[in-house]
Design a protein around this ligand. Structure first.
Ligand code: UD1
Length: 344
């Protein structure tokens, strides 16, 4: 008997890849809720093409409590919630902090309320390595203390984690896993699902793909004077389908009662630090195209290097990354070409 899971933000980048992995595990049935303010309903058609399963998405803003709770009334057999739905643009959060606090924390409050009211015992929360702030020691483990958040987006993830911990105290039946992602990139290996970036993406891989496909003549490497092996910043990139797979394993862990504490934290990273210039070289190799770039100044708020220690997830969730940087670039490139072929 499959267990029914509610995924918030199911039409989004990590949400949709997670739905694919949940379905393909054969153990889970999925219902999605996504307002589509930052995603499109067509994502579910792509999920269907890959999995053969049509997932129902409720087009509801989960900040609207009554509309959100109705979904639980319609599906009293929901056993777990994976909560992705949130705004995540660092720059925008600095411009519009209240929009971030309202949306990300208001939504989480309703998710927690629903879990309590409808007796949902398993919650998985999307957090970020951004909660660590500027770190002094690498790799970052779950014991690394949280530093000063460098933007309101990161602050909403810090507060969100605290909200969940605080809700555990008066609700001893509730269980939660907080997953702190490093840099998820790439697309489904079929090339049929990936990230729908805004017109002007801010993240490295979508920008690389725009340059490779000729939509943008060149790009800037933000700084080559860091104290790193080639002077450019180092990050812990991991394939989006690996992140998605971690959610399936996290659900198994909670629903099989393998957690020792009511609320546990896991880093999700590959453990490898890769520099911006190394990412560019990998993209040139995969696409067979010369990428034009200039070396520019440092981007405000960037830290020189961060990568994670995910051994806790390796050991307890039995989760390991299957894809490398080459796969990340190859799938991102396939997805870019798919978008071009559909004029998206
Ligand atoms: C950023 C956010 C992080 C968020 C994540 C979501 C910041 C400071 N951090 O991570 O909180 O969780 O996105 O995916 O924004 N780069 C270039 N040229 C470009 C774009 C990026 O050199 O045109 C470099 C950046 O300086 C950085 C690396 O590429 O060193 C990765 O950048 P990005 O993809 O934006 O991710 P993060 O900054 O690590």
């Amino acid at each position: 008997m499959k267990k029914k899971i509610l995924v918030t933000g199911g039409c989004g980048y990590i949400g949709s890849h997670t739905i694919i992995e949940l379905i393909q595990s054969g153990r889970y049935e999925v219902v999605s809720v996504d307002s589509n303010v930052r995603s499109t309903p067509e994502t579910m058609d792509r999920v269907e093409k890959i999995t053969g399963v049509k997932v129902k998405n409720y087009r509801v803003d989960i900040c609207n409590g009554p509309a959100f709770f109705k979904i639980f009334e319609e599906h009293p057999d929901i056993q777990g919630v994976i909560h992705f739905a949130a705004f995540k643009a660092v720059g925008e959060s600095i411009e519009e902090p209240l929009m971030y606090y309202r949306n990300n924390l208001g939504a989480l409050a309703n998710v927690l309320e629903a879990c309590r009211h409808f007796n949902i015992k398993a919650l998985i929360f999307s957090s970020s390595c951004a909660v660590y702030g500027e770190v002094q020691t690498l790799p970052v483990s779950e014991q690394t203390p949280m530093g000063q958040a460098f933007c309101p987006y990161a602050h909403t993830k810090q507060i969100g984690e605290e909200m969940i911990r605080n809700m555990m105290v008066p609700n001893p039946d509730m269980n939660a896993l907080i997953l702190r992602y490093f840099n998820p990139v790439g697309a489904h290996m079929s090339g049929l699902n990936g990230e729908l970036s805004p017109d002007k993406p801010n993240n490295l891989v979508p920008i690389i793909m725009r340059v490779a496909s000729g939509k943008q003549p060149s790009m800037t490497v933000f700084g080559d004077d860091y104290d790193t092996r080639d002077g450019s910043c180092i990050r812990d990139y991991l394939h989006v389908s690996d992140i998605a797979d971690a959610h399936v394993k996290a659900l198994d862990y909670l629903l099989e009662h393998r957690n020792e504490q009511q609320c546990e934290v896991f880093n999700l990273g590959s453990g490898n630090g890769v520099s911006v210039l190394e990412m560019l070289a990998a993209a040139e190799q995969v696409t067979g195209r010369k990428l034009h770039y200039v070396i520019g100044g440092r981007r405000a708020g960037d830290i020189p290097a961060i990568y994670g220690d995910s051994s806790r997830a390796n050991t307890l969730l039995h989760w390991h990354c299957h894809y490398d940087v080459h796969d990340m670039m190859e799938s991102a490139w396939k997805w870019e070409q798919y978008l071009d072929s559909k004029n998206i």
